[in-house]
Design a protein around this ligand. Structure first.
Ligand code: PMP
Length: 393
């Protein structure tokens, strides 16, 4: 205990201690914190569905009809009709043979990679992939080659070099939209490479699902290559406004995971209310309302990022609703976040180990139901606070 206390005290001295902030209201574009109204600029509720009446109603009805809990893991007695309906709906949405629901995106990435790959296999993983992918690679025991972020040329060279000693299966794995930079993976080029080297391609579309593509089917739809992605992973906790995750793939992949994926096998399955909200969310995302919300989100992103890039900030190559403002060191980053918070703007300051040292940033995430006025004022406040901080004021 003494050691932990010392460690926490050191983190606090370095300005690196992480603490929790309590949200006292429902999740919306504005939330109540410490009794005060704040503009929320760090939620993944991109389309504003977390508080949508259709999802809430679907959840309430499912809880009344099927109860609060699923009672067991899927392979025991926790495989309820709603799990099967949701899996069929996901497969239809993604145009795959089959799909499997996981309890969270973290559990999905762990369980998919561990379930499909072993020590004789090789994984090629983007250097900015999410922590849950990194952990899944470790858990699988496969040899993992990390390639520089979105650098297709470097990946091609790495794969060519590995070819001479190749054994086992090969997997290229990437985020669709990168969570800290807000840029998009070059899927068409990755598809060419996976075809050239006879590898599988897995895309974690936690941040692209619901947002990108004409029907919200994500990054692969954006690039018109849905049928080329072997393992389409996505989550329900972000644009879909609910909770949980899935893999859409072939029947044989799904059956293999049902038999081998530890995070799938050894955990109580999602409860009815969550499953029903997920079903309602897919319908909403695919509907005209979903399209309207995507259009609004895009307009919001253009307005917000044009003010920040116009002020000369480095937005880390972002082209999505995730808009980072690069600052550099932890102290000025956290100082700026705290000043903005005092002005009623809640966004996150991101530090190592989440990002590389020297690349600390403010990270804003936008929602379809932020108003242009709110975003204009927030962007101007960020410009003001960061410029004053950099000038040492
Ligand atoms: N993948 C990515 C790219 C993510 O950003 C996240 C969550 N931040 C996850 C997976 C994990 O998803 P979940 O929150 O559903 O566990």
């Amino acid at each position: 205990m003494k050691q932990f206390k010392g460690h926490l005290a050191t983190l606090a001295e370095q300005g690196m201690l992480r603490t929790l902030r309590e949200i006292e209201s429902a999740q919306g574009p504005r939330v109540r914190i410490d009794g005060t109204d704040h503009l929320l600029l760090c939620s993944n509720n991109y389309l504003g569905l977390a508080n949508h009446p259709v999802l809430i109603e679907a959840s309430c009805r499912a809880a009344k009809d099927f109860g609060a809990g699923s009672g067991a893991s899927r392979l025991i007695s926790g495989s309820m009709s709603l799990h099967h309906r949701l899996e069929e709906r996901i497969a239809a949405f993604k145009s795959t043979e089959s799909a499997l629901v996981f309890n969270s995106g973290y559990a999905a990435n762990n369980g998919i990679i561990q379930g499909l790959l072993g020590p004789e296999d090789t994984i090629f993983s983007d250097s900015l992939n999410h922590a849950s992918i990194i952990d899944g690679c470790r858990l699988s025991g496969a040899r993992t080659c990390v390639y520089p972020h979105n650098d297709v040329q470097a990946l091609a060279e790495l794969m060519a070099k590995e070819q001479s000693t190749r054994k086992g299966r090969w997997l290229i794995v990437t985020d669709g939209v990168f969570s800290m930079d807000g840029d998009i993976a070059p899927l068409p080029e990755l598809v060419s490479l996976k075809e050239r080297f006879d590898a599988w391609l897995m895309v974690d579309d936690a941040h692209g699902g619901g947002v990108l593509g004409e029907h919200g089917r994500g990054t692969a739809e954006h690039f018109n290559c849905l049928d080329k992605i072997d393992l389409q992973m996505g989550t329900f906790g972000k644009a879909f406004g609910s909770f949980g995750a899935y893999l859409a793939a072939t029947r044989v992949v799904i059956d293999t995971l049902i038999n081998r994926s530890r995070s799938f096998i050894f955990s109580t399955s999602l409860p009815p209310a969550v499953l029903a909200a997920n079903l309602a969310a897919i319908d909403l995302v695919a509907s005209e309302e979903g399209e309207r919300r995507r259009t609004q989100l895009k307009a919001n992103r253009e307005l917000f990022s044009s003010i920040l890039s116009g002020a000369g900030f480095d937005l880390c190559g972002s082209s999505t609703q995730i808009v980072p403002v690069l600052i550099g060191e932890p102290e000025p980053t956290m100082h700026a976040a705290s000043q903005l918070f005092q002005q009623g703007i809640f966004l996150s300051g991101i530090r190592p180990p989440t990002v590389a040292p020297g690349t600390c940033r403010l990270r804003a995430t936008l929602m379809a139901d932020h108003t242009p006025t709110e975003l204009r004022q927030a962007a101007q406040a960020i410009v003001h606070v960061v410029k004053r901080g950099l000038a040492g004021e």
